[in-house]
Write a protein that binds this ligand. Structure first.
Ligand SMILES: Nc1ncnc2c1ncn2[C@@H]1O[C@H](COP(=O)(O)OP(=O)(O)OP(=O)(O)O)[C@@H](O)[C@H]1O
Length: 626
């Protein structure tokens, strides 16, 4: 058939770059503010991935220079491994070119789009090219490129390329001119850097804002991150099309070796068992497999006993960093309940392992009249945009929080109350709602895991609330007993003209608590604080007592004492001194560990964030532009 001229003119192939040039919002470049955020995020995520893959302690600088009213230059420089001279034009000037798409491992980047899209955005909005400098360890010189993108054929447009001396062992620096808007607040670059510092405690980061103000996010951990381990696809959860392309692209000659070599968790015996169940010859060429056989194979996968997916390829944040991530949000507030972080075991989505970890704090002086705050992370990257589209928000909304004590109209929707919920989903090839990776797609398996984590935390929140009610009742009883018994004893003794009896054992019998109280003596240049611990219970008690004075010279690790074998009716005293004069002394907070809170008066259970430091940000001097 001969096409007429009109039809030939109407049909035209477009390159991927051309497509994104016209549809940059798909990559997250929608408003000037958001676009600048995306550029910083893409470059910083790459720097962190590069350092992690090479076990390098990341030393990164991010700077935003204001060039004109809405024109800026974003520069991100790292001490990563650097990039080969030949690779630079492809990495930065060609969309869908990267080192991660064809390898299954937990990384921030996965598509080979991010940094080229950022350069393309800069080119579209300013007409200018970007500057890339990179050096590999051992090389004498770095290579500097000024380059943009030929959108018609998705290749780099190299304007200049030259060797330069760079006083670094290795690293990469990317400078992108762009139209943008710099803002502070919840969805800002600064917030993103702060949350990234929480999930990457070994990163040292220097940030220079458009007013040339410098902020140093100090490294809290001197250990480089371990590179994530590449994995093969896990058989369960793979779609028909995925098994089909794996079979087509396999280098193996037989179905038996295809199963044992290209999949995870299929041993030699298991491969034979699967093929027998599916009715497929062991020697069959995988490229010859029919759709009917693929279907039988997938069914056989579900019938055999398979080990769960490997978890060593996954890298969680861990308990301490979840607590730190939460602290980063509530800052100086004091929650009354710290739920022990929940770290779920690995699960699979489309043959790729993933896992969920979560944390929750509640009460105290956290604001309670609004919806709970949700802090989202995916593969250690904070998610600040598209909360409504994200599986994390959706799973939280679909959990019935009313049964756990939070307010929620009709049992669905984001609950209301003084709580912050932290969720980190991490895994190999996470499914995002779009290329901009702002929200995790509502995939059933992932939603289920998040919901399970919420249920576990919900149950401990409920049990805390029940205990709180019980404690309140005991407190009231204790207050009553403590004021009434000595009074009754005094009156009774005076009536019968006898000495007043010791009331301690009587109070113990009724109250059944350990009582913590303090006495203070202000001296000229210091204050002496004596803490008395009285066992008004019928049993010997042992626990650790912690003090958190409101001001003063407190040691880094806090103040603590072991109160061992405190006998019934026994009173013990400990003390500490605070240097200085304290006219408005508001009282020290006492905490304890190792004893049921129901049996203590005058203190609280030791919070999980005791000794967990917030991200340390030093503010530098504003420097004059040169
Ligand atoms: N700073 C860097 N140091 C070393 N290698 C880098 C650096 N930046 C980019 N790369 C390399 O360039 C590739 C392409 O990066 P790009 O941001 O385009 O995609 P990605 O990070 O792989 O995936 P995504 O599109 O999901 O961000 C990366 O896979 C990595 O191999």
């Amino acid at each position: 058939m001969v096409r007429n001229r009109d039809t030939q003119d109407r049909f035209k192939e477009i390159s991927i770059s051309e497509f994104f040039e016209k549809n940059k919002h798909i990559l997250g470049f929608d408003s000037p503010q958001k676009s600048m955020f995306m550029v910083v995020k893409e470059a910083l995520d790459n720097s962190l991935d590069a350092c992690e893959e090479n076990s390098i302690l990341p030393d990164i600088s991010v700077s935003i220079r204001k060039d004109h009213t809405d024109q800026y230059t974003v520069t991100v420089e790292d001490n990563g491994p650097g990039i080969n001279r030949q690779e630079i034009p492809k990495v930065f000037g060609q969309l869908l070119y990267g080192s991660r798409f064809h390898r299954l491992r937990q990384t921030r980047g996965q598509q080979g789009i991010g940094i080229t899209a950022a350069i393309l955005y800069g080119q579209i909005t300013t007409g200018k090219v970007s500057n890339v400098k990179s050096k590999i360890a051992g090389d004498e010189v770095a290579f500097e490129f000024r380059l943009g993108i030929n959108v018609k054929d998705n290749t780099a447009n190299i304007v200049e390329e030259k060797p330069v001396i760079w006083n670094r062992v290795s690293g990469t620096s990317v400078s992108i001119p762009l139209r943008g808007k710099y803002q502070v607040g919840r969805q800002s670059i600064f917030e993103y850097l702060k949350e990234t510092a929480v999930s990457n405690p070994n990163m040292q980061l220097l940030f220079t804002d458009p007013d040339n103000r410098k902020y140093i996010f100090n490294r809290a951990l001197e250990v480089p991150s371990k590179p994530s381990v590449p994995v093969k696809p896990y058989p369960l959860g793979l779609e028909m099309g995925e098994v089909q392309s794996m079979a087509k692209e396999s280098h193996e000659k037989s179905m038996w070796s295809f199963l044992t070599s290209d999949f995870n968790r299929i041993s030699r015996n298991l491969a034979s068992e699967i093929l027998k169940l599916a009715g497929i010859e062991e020697n069959k060429d995988p490229r010859q497999i029919t759709l009917h056989e693929i279907s039988a194979l997938r069914e056989a996968f579900t019938k055999v006993k398979m080990m769960p997916p490997p978890t060593d390829c996954l890298s969680p944040l861990g308990e301490e960093f979840i607590i730190k991530g939460l602290k980063n949000v509530y800052e100086d507030h004091h929650p009354s309940f710290y739920c022990r972080p929940v770290i779920r075991k690995a699960s699979v989505y489309n043959g790729n392992p993933f896992a969920v970890e979560a944390g929750l704090v509640y009460g105290g002086d956290i604001r309670g009249d609004d919806q709970v705050r949700i802090v989202r992370y995916a593969n250690k990257v904070p998610l600040l945009y598209q909360p409504g589209a994200c599986a994390i928000t959706r799973a939280i909304s679909e959990t019935d929080w009313r049964s756990y004590g939070l307010e929620q109209r009709q049992g669905t929707g984001i609950p209301f109350g003084p709580a912050i919920i932290f969720v980190h989903v991490y895994g190999v090839r996470l499914p995002y709602t779009s290329e901009s990776k702002e929200a995790i797609a509502n995939v059933e398996a992932i939603m289920e895991e998040i919901k399970l984590a919420m249920k576990i935390m919900g149950r401990s929140l409920k049990s805390f609330m029940n205990k709180k009610d019980k404690r309140q009742k005991i407190n009231e009883k204790f207050r009553l007993v403590q004021s009434l018994i000595p009074e009754i004893a005094r009156k009774a003794a005076s009536i019968v003209n006898e000495d007043q009896p010791a009331v301690g054992p009587i109070i113990s019998k009724i109250a059944n608590v350990v009582f913590i109280k303090e006495n203070t003596v202000q001296r000229d240049d210091s204050m002496e604080i004596e803490v008395e611990i009285i066992n008004y219970s019928g049993e010997e008690r042992s626990f650790t007592l912690y003090a958190s004075p409101p001001t003063g010279d407190v040691p880094e690790e806090g103040i603590s004492w072991n109160i061992d074998n405190l006998l019934p009716s026994e009173s013990r005293k400990v003390s500490f001194t605070m240097k200085g004069k304290f006219i408005d002394y508001a009282g020290t907070d006492y905490y304890f560990k190792g004893i049921d809170p129901v049996y203590v008066q005058g203190g609280e259970l030791l919070p999980s964030d005791w000794n967990v430091k917030s991200v340390k940000i030093e503010e530098g001097e504003t420097q004059d532009e040169q």
